[in-house]
Design a protein around this ligand. Structure first.
Ligand code: ADP
Ligand code: ASP
Ligand code: MG
Length: 438
């Protein structure tokens, strides 16, 4: 069985939904994970923001605008009056439900319910369309099997057991549609896998049903060698190792959710990145194979803060780094990059919730310098130390850019540079020009 995931743009209009249906009705049995129609989750976040700010009128207005948009989609998508009515009734129920939140108290529990409605709507619409067109399809509700544990990590055992029950309940279907992104937490409350999390859903389902392949269908022909939103002349990468894909996703390649690679990697299931707008394009295959001696791609992670601690006490001392890291641990803050010298250590973080506490505690050890508005540029490929010359090519590309930190050797797949966010675009472009475009 294959698992196919279609992102927001891929189901962004009634016509796109019809295009998706063409791609999934080839006679093969499959599970299809859908995101919300593009823009919908943002609107739902906006509604929640209004309600947090005690502005029910603002929320009502956004709900009404969204409802009107969806009503038009119904006209365009279905041909039979019966299915139009059935879907309009469903939408009325959905939007009345959303409106019910504008009256009572509003907390993060209600917010989680609201932001998940986009996927509930899109999957119902596509399933109704499939059934109207006579295909053998069924909807299996993600909230019945997708679950996280007490550490907010997916509970793969539970998912495996419960999705099997869901599939058994409607046996022999060609197409099983389900929602990306949404889940229940350890307490049974409605929750989600973070923004962009539908990729993660697909990969978890793939691992749970031991799929032969996981396909992530989006609006671009695979992972490009640099971020196409900032750089001219990027090109698709035909093949990536799981580790390379994970590093690129974690360091900002938006095409993949950062945690999505893990379940597929552990289960040894290849992941393909494919383009709904150009289905015959080769895309990117992510698997356990490494292409020797190649730099694959560059990505950038925003909103990074750098912290440097300098102390003469570090000189020839042992235990200093442990004390420094403990401060980050007790403040539940993950470190991305690290560089050390005899008299100091620099780290970068992306979560500044506890920055003040961290800095105050670090000051006990020495002088502390904080730099905000930084970004990490990450060059990914087969960067084993025997492959000479790659580091110099990357540093040569950045010769005109002030670099605050460099990290190399932590894995065989990456070299990272910490630079000011204002230099990001120039750095990405120059890396493309030096590494790929000559
Ligand atoms: P979906 O809604 O299908 O999940 P996303 O918007 O999350 O799609 O991801 C696709 C987008 O990721 C592309 O349109 C592109 O702008 C962006 N992107 C960023 N970096 C890369 C990259 N290295 N390769 C391909 N796409 C990238
Ligand atoms: N709809 C959710 C979002 O916009 C999840 C996803 O698209 O992956 O973040
Ligand atoms: Mg996405």
């Amino acid at each position: 069985m294959k698992v196919l995931k279609f992102g927001g743009t891929s189901v962004g209009t009634p016509q796109r939904m019809k295009d998706v249906v063409k791609l999934i009705t080839d006679g093969e049995q499959k599970i299809v994970v859908l995101s919300a129609m593009s823009g919908t989750t943002n609107s739902l976040v906006e509604i929640s923001d209004y309600l947090y700010k005690k502005n029910p009128e603002g929320a009502q207005e956004t709900i009404n605008a969204l409802e009107n948009k969806y009503k038009k989609h119904v006209e365009e998508l279905y041909t039979t009056e019966e299915m139009k009515k059935q879907t309009l009734d469903f939408l009325k129920q959905e939007f009345d439900y959303l409106r019910s939140f504008t009256k009572g108290i509003f907390t993060m529990f209600e917010e989680k319910i609201i932001v998940g409605q986009g996927e509930i709507i899109s999957t119902n619409m596509v399933t109704n369309y499939l059934i109207e067109q006579g295909y053998n399809a069924a909807l299996i509700p993600a909230l019945e099997f997708m679950r996280t544990d007490k550490n907010s990590e997916p509970d793969l055992e539970y998912i495996r057991e419960k999705i099997a029950l869901q599939l058994e309940a409607v046996p022999g279907k060609e197409i099983y549609i389900t929602q990306g992104f949404i889940c229940r937490n350890a307490y049974g409350e409605i929750d989600n896998l973070q923004r962009g999390g539908s990729d993660y859903t697909a990969s978890l389902i793939g691992a749970a049903v031991n799929a032969s392949e996981i396909q992530i269908w989006t609006d671009i022909d695979g992972m490009h060698n640099n971020d196409p939103r900032f750089v001219d002349k990027t090109a698709p990468v035909s093949h990536l190792h799981f580790e390379e894909a994970a590093e690129l996703a974690y360091f900002g390649a938006k095409i993949l959710h950062p945690t999505c690679v893990q379940p597929a990697k552990y289960a040894g299931i290849p992941v393909k990145l494919l383009n709904t707008m150009d289905p015959s394009a080769a895309g990117t295959v992510i698997s356990n194979e490494t292409e020797k001696g190649k730099i694959k791609a560059v990505a950038a992670k925003d909103n990074i803060t750098a912290i440097k601690i300098t102390s003469s006490r570090m000189l020839l001392a042992y235990g200093f780094l442990r004390k420094v890291f403990e401060i980050f641990e007790t403040n539940k803050t993950a470190i991305d990059m690290i560089a050390t010298s005899e008299v100091g250590v620099s780290v970068s973080i992306d979560n500044t919730t506890n920055l003040t506490a961290i800095v105050n505690e670090l000051k006990k050890f020495g002088h502390v310098q904080v730099d905000n508005d930084m970004c990490i540029i990450c060059v990914v490929g087969d960067l084993e130390s025997q492959n000479v010359g790659f580091e110099s090519k990357a540093t040569e590309a950045l010769k005109n850019i002030p670099v605050r930190m460099i990290s190399y050797g932590g894995s065989n797949h990456n070299i990272s540079f910490l630079i000011s966010a204002s230099d990001k675009k120039a750095a990405l472009q120059s890396l493309s020009d030096h590494l790929f475009n000559n």
